[in-house]
Each structure stands twice: as structure tokens, then as C-alpha cells.
Design a protein around this ligand. Structure first.
Ligand SMILES: C[C@@]1(CC(=O)O)c2cc3[nH]c(cc4nc(cc5[nH]c(cc(n2)[C@H]1CCC(=O)O)[C@@](C)(CC(=O)O)[C@@H]5CCC(=O)O)C(CC(=O)O)=C4CCC(=O)O)c(CCC(=O)O)c3CC(=O)O
Ligand SMILES: NC(=O)C1=CN([C@@H]2O[C@H](COP(=O)(O)OP(=O)(O)OC[C@H]3O[C@@H](n4cnc5c(N)ncnc54)[C@H](O)[C@@H]3O)[C@@H](O)[C@H]2O)C=CC1
Length: 194
């Protein structure tokens, strides 16, 4: 199992432009929503569950997120792009997976890695720099610890450097290759080890 190939391809989604539905209103839904909103406070999310924990309701209210207290039915997937199943009912989670696949939506069944088109990862944000961490579904705890480690070691002023290079990037003229050369030259000392 641990020798499995790691074929995941990370992408950085603009979730303020995508509709995400989370089904479930307990611990796991709270964890997934908290990390989603921490990274993307304007994510377009809807929540549906038989019942919601008070913490989840409070978080949803704070971010103006619609909560629907009712059982999952397939029609809820209408107009969604991404589906996260976080109920405590394996059959319902499997039904959500089948319905989502039929509609060719991206789906994550939080308690079943095999039923995930993508994983939610650990996320480190330093201004414009964002690092996503996954262990290929094998140890979320390691993903969390790595997130904490990188939050410590990556300097906050990395964003200043990104800003400066962005300004410089706009001023340089010439061919694509000459621009790449200029940017590489300016940043090569970043890779020199002590
Ligand atoms: C596959 C995946 C699917 C998905 O949810 O996307 C998944 C699945 C499962 N998680 C489980 C448990 C825990 N999850 C966490 C924490 C996080 N889980 C996250 C992601 C993912 N979790 C995806 C893979 C990511 C990857 O590739 O590495 C993080 C990174 C991001 C996020 O949640 O947004 C977030 C840390 C965020 C942060 O702190 O930065 C902790 C630790 C803690 O809470 O302290 C525990 C308890 C300890 C343990 O088990 O490790 C279980 C067992 C359930 C059971 O036993 O019943 C399953 C199901 C299974 O593995 O079968
Ligand atoms: N991916 C992860 O990070 C983790 C996954 N899990 C697993 O995830 C599952 C959920 O765990 P918890 O959130 O702790 O459970 P919970 O008991 O706190 O919440 C379950 C939620 O599912 C909702 N629900 C149940 N049937 C429904 C239906 N037919 N329609 C709509 N909503 C429905 C309930 O209303 C409730 O809000 C468990 O199977 C657990 O083993 C647990 C820990 C971490």
C-alpha cells in the first residue's frame, strides 16, 4: 500500500467562482468547511444535513453560507461543481458518490479515500504564496504536521519578494527567453546553500 504510486496532480482552485456543496453537518463537515474558509473566505459553499452542530452553524452564519436542514437527495447536486460527502452513513455517502459521478462532478467522500476524485490537503499561506500538502491519502496527521512545520519555517516576508519580482517582471522587455534569463539571474542566490 505505502509503495503506491503518487499520481495526484495539485491545482489551485478559485473556489469563489465554483459552487461547492458539503453534505453532512457534524465533526468532519466542520473540519472540511473550516479549512476551506480559512484558505478561501469567499468560497461559494452550501451545506445540507439532517442536523448541524452549533459550531458549524455559527461558522456558516459568519460566512453567510446557506444551510439546508433535510436529507440528501440527488437534486441538490444541480448546478454544483464540487461535492464533499461527510455524513456518518456509508450508504448515503456511496449514493452521493454515484450520483456525482453520473453528473461528472468532482467528488470527495471524506471517510473513504477510494471514493475521492481529489483530497483536501494541508495548506500553508504566506500572502500570495500558497503551498498544498498531501500524503496521497495515507496520513492526514502527517499533512497537518508538515503544514505546521512550513508555517513556521517559511518567512512571512516571502510575499515582499513576490511583490518585488512581480513589479520587476512587468518592467522587463524582450523575448520570453530573455525575460526568463533575467528573472533566473536575479533569483539564483535563493538556491545557494550555506
Ligand atoms: C483522504 C482524506 C480525504 C479528505 O477528507 O479530503 C482524509 C481522510 C481521512 N482523514 C481521517 C482522519 C483525520 N484527518 C485529520 C486531518 C485532516 N485531514 C485532511 C485531509 C484528508 N483526510 C484527505 C487526505 C489528505 C492527504 O492526502 O494527506 C486535512 C489534511 C485537510 C482537511 O481536512 O481539510 C486535515 C489536516 C488539516 C490541517 O491541520 O492542516 C486528522 C488529524 C487531526 O484532526 O488532528 C485525522 C485523525 C488522525 C488520522 O487518522 O490521521 C480519516 C480517518 C477517519 C476515521 O478513522 O474514522 C480519514 C479516512 C481514511 O483515511 O480512511
Ligand atoms: N475525512 C476525515 O477527515 C474524517 C472522516 N471521518 C469519518 O467521517 C464520517 C462522519 O463523521 P462525523 O462528521 O464525525 O459524524 P457526525 O455524527 O458528527 O455527523 C454526521 C452528519 O451526517 C448527517 N447525515 C446523516 N445522514 C444524512 C442524510 N441522509 N442526509 C444528510 N445528512 C445526513 C447528520 O445530520 C450529521 O450532521 C464518519 O464515517 C467518520 O468515520 C472521521 C474523522 C475524520
Amino acid at each position: 500500500m505505502l509503495g503506491d504510486k503518487n499520481e495526484l496532480y495539485p491545482i489551485f482552485l478559485k473556489v469563489n467562482q465554483l459552487n461547492i456543496i458539503i453534505i453532512g453537518g457534524g465533526e468532519v463537515a466542520l473540519e472540511k468547511l473550516s479549512f476551506l474558509l480559512k484558505s478561501s473566505p469567499n468560497a461559494k459553499v452550501g451545506l445540507i444535513a439532517l442536523d448541524f452542530s452549533p459550531e458549524l452553524l455559527a461558522l456558516a452564519k459568519k460566512h453567510d453560507i446557506l444551510t439546508m436542514q433535510r436529507p440528501y437527495t440527488q437534486n441538490i447536486l444541480h448546478k454544483q461543481h464540487i461535492v464533499i460527502a461527510a455524513t456518518n452513513n456509508k450508504d448515503v455517502n456511496a449514493e452521493i458518490y454515484r450520483d456525482a459521478k453520473q453528473k461528472q462532478l468532482l467528488v470527495n467522500v471524506a471517510d473513504t479515500p477510494e471514493l475521492c476524485d481529489f483530497y483536501l490537503g494541508g495548506i500553508v499561506t504566506k500572502g500570495n504564496v500558497k503551498i498544498a500538502i498531501s500524503t496521497n491519502g495515507k496520513s492526514p496527521t502527517v499533512a497537518k504536521r508538515l503544514r505546521q512545520f512550513f508555517e513556521e519555517v517559511i518567512p512571512d516576508d516571502i510575499n515582499v519578494m513576490v511583490g518585488n519580482l512581480n513589479s520587476f517582471r512587468k518592467t522587463i522587455k524582450g523575448t520570453f527567453k530573455s525575460k526568463v534569463d533575467a528573472l533566473n539571474k536575479l533569483t539564483e542566490t535563493l538556491l545557494i546553500k550555506n
